[in-house]
Unconditional design. Structure first.
Length: 679
């Protein structure tokens, strides 16, 4: 072990060594997927210490997640044969900023024991401010206000710095809340996550003596995943690096996929403009994937213009070609993929090393249904299993109450969702009356209303929802069960509640509700569907042993698997229509980077698929294969033909102008796909 530690540079390739042995001056390490960037970053820290260029407490090393920080701490400590605590300035942007702020809290109007509040506390504080300012939270949701505040903080803007945009009429009211919000935080001796970096930057700018302490202390600065940095994080780094310019940033512009979190790829692309005489080192040797996978990914990402450019290669074998398949619909796609896993991959790999990566989390439903049916273990990473998601449970609870009024558990779950002024005290009143008179909660509510024992405001809410229950029951035998679900989501105000929040999480929940309605088409009636849900949620899904991994491509960044499936490569779904509508070409390039990330998660086998049609709002809609499929290099792809019912073989051939403009919503443009018969 000691010999290995002494010869730590021997384990590196020539480019990796180049990124390490000359640590002085600005350096940008463009590290391709699977090229050993963490090894390079940690070895660079070790080299600085071994060469006695700085003491451990004179090195600042920041990353984005606690998990990544712990991994780096452990690797460096193992190299140095010292305790992890010997590197006091290695952590996330937020943890390091919090440490600095606590040392100088008085300079930003806090004391050193300040509290860092979470999102739940943030929303509670915003609700209280809205109430005091007579702002209707039904018209301006607290989550919507919080998204503006977070965005402003990511851009380095305190309330006094914000310039109102006329095109957003609510912005003035939101800015007013932001002012009170910041004032209230100071009174509470608290700050939120956005404040940690923003207040640190403000402190440095307004207190040159404090900044000078850290400029003198930090001789070297190292940054992991720099492509994910936002404006305020970049500014924080620039301030701390301006004296010596000994800053080394590691990242991959081709894996910048978090603009929706505020990440700005231009920080990475403009690094050499910010720091003169920057040394750029490209790590292009991949230690993860086969050459065919790398060539397919490189050919695809080459279509982007906003990139520094690199081409991944490996000393590994060419491996299998990337498999490209077309299925008739989403259900057959799930069936086809599960068959490949069960009949082929299960014999070669552990299921733990097989992953299905989707663009949107609602896509997991059809795979979950299939795996439940065939008894294959699975786990949803970075998300909740479909029927266990809150919005799905709420929707199913509405259906359960409509189906039979004795379902007190379902009644209790949704009686105040959305809010109807029916609180815990009213529920206790209903429970007490029900126990005493052996009545259901619904019958108890009806009787207490008739006896005028319910508070007036609560009574209005109860009368309204009970009336809706009766209306929906009268439509039970007149409407299809999936039509009834759409009516309930609309008339109950549940869909509106999610739409009003106007955040990414709520948009995802709305997509899940659409997927729920789509899934209900597979059942003959409401009873059959509810029985299916009950069985799906009661089956013990935590089987011991191996499980297929289900997750979004965003959640898969940084992970690797022997075999990866990439379903749903269709226009509108991937690239995502909403992203293209909002950000145009910028979004298209980020979507392409996401495809690159998905492809490069695979070590040995990669499978891409799309379908000919998907269910959209109760109708089958013809789908177009994603433009990304056309951009894959032909020599690295193996196309699988599909079988039509008449036993004629078909495959896709598209002649489409993707620049004609945005058309209809959903995952498909509503036009016929052109199929070319294979001769």
């Amino acid at each position: 072990m000691e010999i290995i530690k002494q010869n730590y540079l021997n384990r590196l390739n020539s480019n990796q060594k180049e990124a390490i042995i000359n640590p002085d001056g600005p350096c940008l390490i463009v590290a391709g997927a699977g090229s050993g960037k963490t090894k390079v970053l940690t070895t660079r820290v070790v080299h600085i210490i071994k060469e006695k260029k700085a003491w451990p407490n004179q090195i600042l090393c920041v990353t984005f997640t606690n998990k990544a920080a712990r991994e780096m701490q452990n690797r460096i400590a193992n190299f140095l044969n010292e305790k992890v605590s010997s590197l006091p300035w290695l952590g996330t942007f937020h943890s390091v900023s919090a440490k600095i702020l606590r040392r100088h809290a008085e300079s930003v109007g806090l004391n050193s024991r300040f509290t860092i509040i979470d999102q739940e506390d943030q929303l509670r504080l915003i609700k209280n401010i809205c109430k005091a300012e007579n702002i209707d939270v039904k018209k301006i949701a607290p989550q919507f206000i919080l998204s503006f505040i977070n965005n402003w903080k990511n851009k380095g803007l305190l309330p006094k710095d914000v310039i109102i945009k006329k095109k957003i009429p609510l912005e003035k009211a939101i800015l007013n809340v932001y002012k009170f919000y910041q004032e209230r935080l100071k009174i509470l001796n608290s700050c939120d996550f956005g404040d940690l970096i923003l207040l640190c930057v403000n402190m440095f700018e307004n207190n040159p003596d404090i900044l000078e302490l850290y400029l003198n202390n930090f001789k070297y600065i190292l940054v992991d995943e720099y492509q994910d940095s936002n404006f305020i994080q970049s500014k924080w780094l620039n301030l701390l690096a301006k004296k010596r310019n000994n800053i080394c940033c590691v990242g991959d512009d081709d894996q910048s996929i978090y603009s929706w979190r505020g990440a700005e790829i231009k920080n990475f692309l403009d690094f050499s403009k910010t720091y003169k005489n920057t040394k750029i080192v490209k790590l292009e040797q991949n230690y993860r994937s086969t050459q065919n996978i790398l060539s397919a990914a490189s050919g695809l990402i080459a279509k982007n213009t906003d990139r520094l450019g690199k081409k991944l290669w490996t000393e590994s074998t060419d491996g299998d070609l990337v498999n490209l398949s077309c299925y008739k619909n989403g259900r057959e796609e799930a069936t086809g993929i599960s068959d490949i896993i069960e009949k082929k991959l299960k014999k070669k790999y552990s299921l733990n090393n097989v992953a299905i990566l989707v663009r949107a989390i609602f896509q997991t439903r059809e795979f979950e249904e299939r795996f439940l049916k065939i008894g294959m273990g699975y786990r949803v990473i970075g998300g909740t299993k479909f029927y266990e998601r809150a919005e799905i449970k709420d929707s199913v609870a509405f259906l359960r109450v409509v189906n039979q009024k004795n379902d007190d558990l379902a009644f209790e779950r949704i009686i105040n969702v959305p809010k109807r002024s029916i609180g815990d005290s009213t529920l206790k009143q209903l429970h007490d009356w029900g126990r005493k008179n052996k009545k259901t909660l619904e019958d108890s509510a009806i009787e207490l209303i008739q006896l005028n024992k319910i508070k007036p405001k609560t009574k209005l809410g109860l009368v309204k929802i009970l009336g809706m229950f009766n209306k929906w029951r009268s439509e039970l035998n007149k409407k299809k069960h999936y039509e009834l679900m759409e009516i309930i989501l609309d008339e109950s105000g549940y869909s509106k509640m999610l739409k009003d929040k106007k955040d990414l999480e709520s948009e995802g929940r709305l997509e899940n509700l659409k997927e729920l309605v789509r899934g209900m088409h597979d059942f003959d009636n409401l009873e059959g569907f509810l029985e299916h849900v009950s069985l799906a949620t009661s089956i013990d899904q935590d089987w011991d042993g191996q499980k297929v991994n289900l997750m979004t491509m965003h959640a898969a960044k940084g992970l690797e698997f022997d075999a990866v499936f990439l379903p749903g490569w269709e226009e509108g779904l991937f690239p995502h229509q909403k992203s293209l509508e909002e950000k145009g070409d910028l979004a298209l390039e980020e979507e392409r980077r996401l495809a690159y990330v998905g492809l490069t998660r695979a070590k040995k086998e990669s499978f891409i698929s799309f379908v000919m049609s998907r269910m959209y709002r109760g109708d089958w809609v013809d789908s177009l294969a994603s433009r990304f499929i056309e951009e894959l290099p032909e020599e690295n792809i193996k196309k699988e033909e599909i079988k039509e019912e008449n036993n004629e073989d078909f495959f896709f051939n598209q002649d489409i102008d993707y620049n004609e403009g945005i058309r209809s919503p959903g995952w498909a443009r509503l036009q016929k796909r052109k199929l070319k018969r294979i001769k």
